[in-house]
Unconditional design. Sequence first.
Length: 191
Amino acid sequence: MRRYVSLETPIDAVRIPIGAVQAWRILGRWKPDIVLSTGGFVSVPTVVAARARRVPILTHEQTAHIGLATRINARFADVVALSFERSRSLVSAPRGRVVVTGNPIRPAVLGGSRDAALRRFELPGALPLVYITGGAQGASAINQIVADALDALLGYVESIHQCGPATVHDDIDLLRDRASRLPSQLRERYR
């Protein structure tokens, strides 16, 4: 279910039914009360197998954009949980099965400490601190925007930027390169 041309795509088309058979067997052994899916193409075979086994399915989408796997899983799910109200119209599931729950967040995250973060990431703490992160299809776009605006941004804030592993895009390499070219007083504000 790649969204780009790859020689692996035909192989993935075979992996999905194989994965569904494997998941069907595992679900038969474990006998779960419910299957929770949070998207990603690896979840589709498990959701298909859960439906075949009549195991209730809850699928949750954390982002505003409904990914392809979640759109597929929503057809099988008993409940589709969304993080954003505006995403409701993007899901083709009966209205009663779609609920807006928001994003589950660990209490420890809500009780975070700015001072602890500054120490952990060795930031000066003289300016406002901005945490930058993205997810799913929007992450690379966010990373590109940050890379383009890095010198202007760091004139006003310190930043901790969470960037996932490089796959299709070389976002980490781009960000590291841009950060290395910054004057030292700006570079020390970016992690």
